[in-house]
Design a protein around this ligand. Structure first.
Ligand SMILES: Nc1ncnc2c1ncn2[C@@H]1O[C@H](COP(=O)(O)OP(=O)(O)OP(=O)(O)O)[C@@H](O)[C@H]1O
Ligand SMILES: [Mg+2]
Length: 330
């Protein structure tokens, strides 16, 4: 089975031999950015498969924005390479790729005294793929798409954080893109706004657009992304298909029983990993299948009230990756 998933803990480090099967919309190799004594991004090898929705996850200061800025050519890497839509973004060739990439990054440079609509008209004028005659309708469509039509003629200065985010998103969507990069798009949005971002990301995905979206909201990434890259202190600690990464987390069976202590003991006697959790007895399914676990329990007279497959959430995975990184570095 071909897999682009790599969880870089212990010996399992992806090698160059495992070339990804899907074409890549963007990739970085050995990407590094140092600010004074701060290593913001450290040897990041990122693969963004074409047509994927890649969630870039990581705590504050883990290097998400810096990576995105380097990807877009807004910041020069200290070391390493970036390829965007098949072109190295450090060179002038990037100019050919960039019009196909819509981006929402911190501080998009809107004019405070112009209205949201006038700001977008200025951005639209700088779009090489947009003929002048098409500008007003492209602007109004983008405003509509992000739900900003009602506030379009108000000054940017008076916009709420959420409205500013929406305007930034509108500027990213002014023309059809091959790739859209969104740095924390739900920042400052209310739940309805967050749902709209989800809808827009899903629409882009359905259109075949590659999306890179950073977030520290695990549930958000889990709900919208096909792939995930986890950053920790400037390093990519895991990346790949979301479903595969979740599966690579230990599969387990959650057993509800009044005889919990006995259940753990019996399972361990049968070489099945087990531990007590607040939700019940968690039996490890890496060495045994679920029917075998139940057979062992029932055979030993343990009253099994309920058994469910415990789904590894992204939160578990994230916590586990973070823990193993801490162990690995210390
Ligand atoms: N222009 C800069 N000058 C100095 N240090 C910087 C600069 N930009 C980023 N850093 C540092 O680099 C590290 C990574 O920052 P970055 O903004 O990329 O993280 P992030 O993952 O986007 O965080 P957040 O979730 O808070 O947005 C941090 O330690 C930050 O302080
Ligand atoms: Mg950031």
């Amino acid at each position: 089975m071909t897999s682009t998933t790599s969880v870089e803990s212990g010996a399992d480090v992806s090698s160059e031999a495992s070339a990804p099967a899907v074409p890549l919309a963007a990739r970085t190799r050995g990407l590094r950015k140092v600010y004074g004594s701060t290593v913001a991004v450290d040897h990041v090898d990122l693969d963004i498969p074409q047509g994927a929705v890649v969630g870039m996850l990581g705590p504050n200061g883990s290097g998400k924005t810096t990576t995105i800025r380097m990807l877009l050519g807004l910041v020069r890497p200290t070391e390493g390479e970036v390829e965007l839509l098949g072109r190295p973004s450090s060179s002038t060739a990037a100019a050919h790729a960039l019009p196909d990439v819509g981006a929402l990054v911190e501080g998009p440079g809107f004019h405070p005294f112009l209205s949201g609509r006038d700001n977008l008209l200025r951005f639209a004028a700088a779009e090489p793929r947009l003929a002048s005659a098409g500008i007003p309708s492209a602007v109004d469509t983008a405003l509509e798409r992000v739900g900003l039509t009602g506030a379009a003629r108000r000054r940017y200065k008076g916009y709420s954080l959420g409205m500013k985010q929406r305007l930034g998103l509108a500027s990213a969507l002014l023309v059809p893109r091959k790739m859209v990069v969104l740095d924390e798009p739900t920042n400052g949005l209310d739940p309805a706004g967050t749902r709209e971002i989800r809808r827009i990301v899903a629409e882009l995905h359905a259109e075949g657009v590659t999306v890179l979206v950073s977030s520290h909201l695990l549930a958000e990434v889990e709900a919208t992304c096909t792939h995930v890259a986890v950053l920790q202190a400037g390093n990519v600690v895991a990346q790949g298909e979301l479903a595969e990464l979740l599966e690579s987390g230990n599969a387990a069976l959650l057993v509800r029983t009044p005889d919990a202590d006995q259940a753990v003991e019996v399972l361990r006697e049968n070489r099945i990993g087990a531990r007590l959790t607040p939700d019940g007895v968690r039996a490890d399914l890496t060495a045994a299948e679920a029917p075998r676990v139940l057979q062992v329990l029932v055979g030993a007279g343990v009253a099994v009230h309920e058994a469910t497959r415990a789904r590894t959430g992204l939160e578990d995975l994230f916590a586990r990756l973070t823990e193993s990184t801490v162990e690995g570095s210390g």
